[in-house]
Design a protein around this ligand. Structure first.
Ligand SMILES: [Zn+2]
Ligand SMILES: [Zn+2]
Length: 598
């Protein structure tokens, strides 16, 4: 993975502090202007680092008290004054010792610490007006180039991301090349707040969190419906493609992790248990255990490929400070699979997988993009193994007609991979699927074999892949993507029946009963409340269809149907509603189609 600007900032190493592209350069320059404004307004503050990040920038300051929203307003106003002055960014190269002395005199311990960590004889500093910062650049020519920016928030952050270090105050901002792009981004942020899955999860009874189990969701009935529908979709699709589902133990002796190599590299992230004097752990991944199932029998070249899928519940001991909703959790369920194949079968397997990925993401209206990571310098396996594996991935992407980026040298030491991102309704990118080819790790460490045509035992290639990634994170993404208004097939409640008054309760019960019998998730709301109130409540709960029934409907065997979003479909025969709903649900339609058929 590419080193982040933050990392480069902390190291002050390499060619650039920030990407020499227009947007990161602009954002990084804006962070200098922010630091200048902060130093003018709060001279006692000490400066740390200020990198560009995705969509914006931040700067960390040492200050006894957090910045208030009023402080941010003041800082932003001062920044606009600095921008108006159009101060040039002037670069100077200084001997390192001169820079150390200068920042020592100014009482800037963080800059001194960075400088002391460098072994370069000279360093560069940038000045604009009365402000000077240690930096490699590049920057925009002058502060006047900074036009569209906004400060967003402030929060605590540890120096160098380490909780043993002092707590700093970080101010986040965003900057864009045009006002129009800035406005669009601010709208996206507002919309993202409204769609926040943690908020919707509680409001729509999908899932919740309690401090007795940090990083592990309590699935509520509504959320469990969504998980079950996703599992059903996955199982149907995988059954058709010749997968076999397995389930492996959650609590495993550390011997397994020693053999797989995880114990050396990963044990700090594992939950450990003492069982009768031996060390066990909750599994953080399913890979090594799947190989036990593979190795139960002698496999011949004719038996391959073998595709084991697993809804693998995993636990990883993430630090509590990093946990966030369903996106960063300690307990999650991967839609995992391990495909054991011969090297000559790899291309066909990857081709099929890419087809599967497009089919699944297409169901949710999530456009996908692809990135192929190729061999790094420190790798296991032969050049020839890597040549043929990378070639198989290229060919598979091309035969699916997919454009893809190349991440040269980005592969893990045991094989190339394809990472797949999706773009949600707000234009945000999420990395979901990974298709990881494994030439050596599982095959060698777990000693998997098959008997080849020549009668000799050979190592299979293993493909590790997850498409949703984890059910937890995928439900979070879907909740925000759909803003809680799930397609009918996923909606916890698909239809709600409302009698106009008590007089029509019996007919309403009959309609509700028919929906239930057709296995449609229907609710009856016959409370003694005004109809308008009950309709609004169904809308707030984002129920796809509301069926209102009164005198006329009871006489004609109909229901007056309102689709979510407000469309009044008029009175439809109940039979018709049932058939249309069944079709919409069975086809996993992304849109509401009841009443639309000819
Ligand atoms: Zn800079
Ligand atoms: Zn795996």
């Amino acid at each position: 993975m590419a080193e982040s600007e933050e990392d480069r900032h902390l190291k002050m190493a390499g060619e650039f502090d920030c990407l020499p592209e227009p947007l990161p350069t602009l954002r990084h320059s804006t962070s200098h202007v922010m630091a200048q404004a902060v130093k003018q307004l709060f001279p006692e503050v000490r400066v740390a680092i200020g990198p560009a990040i995705e969509d914006g920038f931040y700067y960390d300051f040492a200050r006894a008290t957090p910045f208030t929203p009023e402080d941010l307003e003041k800082i932003e106003t001062r920044m606009r004054e600095i921008v108006k002055k159009d101060l040039p960014f002037i670069r100077e190269d200084w001997p390192r010792e001169q820079a150390v002395r200068w920042f020592e005199e100014k009482g800037e311990p963080f800059k001194v610490e960075i400088l002391r960590g460098l072994d370069a004889p000279t360093v560069s500093v940038y000045k604009q007006g009365d402000f000077l910062d240690l930096c490699r650049g590049p920057h925009v020519a002058s502060t006047g180039a900074i036009k569209a920016f906004k400060l967003l928030s402030s929060s605590g952050a540890y120096w160098r991301g380490n909780e043993k270090n002092p707590m700093l105050q970080r101010i986040y901002g965003t900057a864009w090349l045009t006002q129009e792009e800035l406005d669009k981004h601010l709208w996206r942020l507002e919309e993202a707040k409204k769609r926040d899955h943690r908020k919707l999860g509680r409001e729509l009874n999908l899932f919740d969190f309690y401090d007795v189990a940090p990083g592990a969701p309590f699935w509520l009935p509504g959320g469990m419906v969504i998980v079950r529908e996703l599992e059903k979709m996955a199982r149907e699709s995988l059954d058709m493609r010749g997968y076999q589902e397995i389930a492996t133990p959650l609590v495993v002796n550390k011997k397994l992790w020693e053999q797989s190599g995880h114990w050396d590299h990963y044990q700090d992230n594992m939950f450990k248990l003492d069982v009768e004097g031996e060390v066990f752990s909750l599994k953080p991944m399913n890979c090594p255990e799947s190989s036990y199932v593979y190795k139960r029998a002698l496999r011949s070249y004719r038996d391959l490929p073998i595709r084991y899928s697993e809804m693998g519940r995993c636990h990883r001991n993430e630090r509590s400070g990093t946990l966030s909703g369903l996106v960063r959790v300690r307990q999650f369920t991967q839609d995992d699979a391990h495909i054991y194949c011969r090297p000559d079968q790899l291309q066909a397997e990857i081709t099929d997988l890419l087809d599967l990925v497009r089919e699944w993401y297409g169901t949710f209206g999530l456009p996908s993009s692809y990135r192929l990571a190729t061999r790094a310098a420190d790798k296991l396996g032969t050049e020839q193994q890597w040549d043929s594996a990378e070639d198989a991935l290229h060919q598979a992407l091309q035969s699916n007609g997919l454009a893809y980026d190349l991440d040269k040298g980005g592969a893990a030491f045991y094989g190339p991979k394809i990472d797949i991102d999706v773009e949600d309704a707000l234009g945000r990118q999420w990395q979901l699927a990974t298709i990881q080819v494994d030439l050596t790790m599982l095959p060698e460490r777990m000693q998997c074999e098959f008997i080849d045509t020549d009668g000799q035992p050979k190592r299979p290639v293993v493909v590790h892949r997850a498409i949703f990634g984890s059910y937890e994170r995928f439900v979070a993404i879907l909740t925000e993507h759909f803003a809680g208004a799930f397609p009918t097939w996923l909606a916890p409640v698909q239809a709600r029946v409302l009698p106009i008054s008590e007089k029509h309760a019996e007919y309403a019960r009959a309609v509700h009963g028919r929906l239930r019998q057709a296995r449609i998730r229907a609710e009856l709301d016959d409370r003694n409340e005004k109809l308008g109130y009950r309709v609004r409540e169904a809308q707030v709960q984002k129920v796809p269809y509301v069926l209102v029934v009164g005198e006329r409907e009871a006489q004609n065997g109909t229901a007056s149907v309102r689709a979510r979003g407000g469309a009044d479909l008029g009175a439809l025969p109940v039979d018709r509603v049932l058939t249309d709903l069944a079709t919409e649900i069975a086809s996993r339609s992304a849109t509401l189609t009841v009443g639309r058929s000819a």
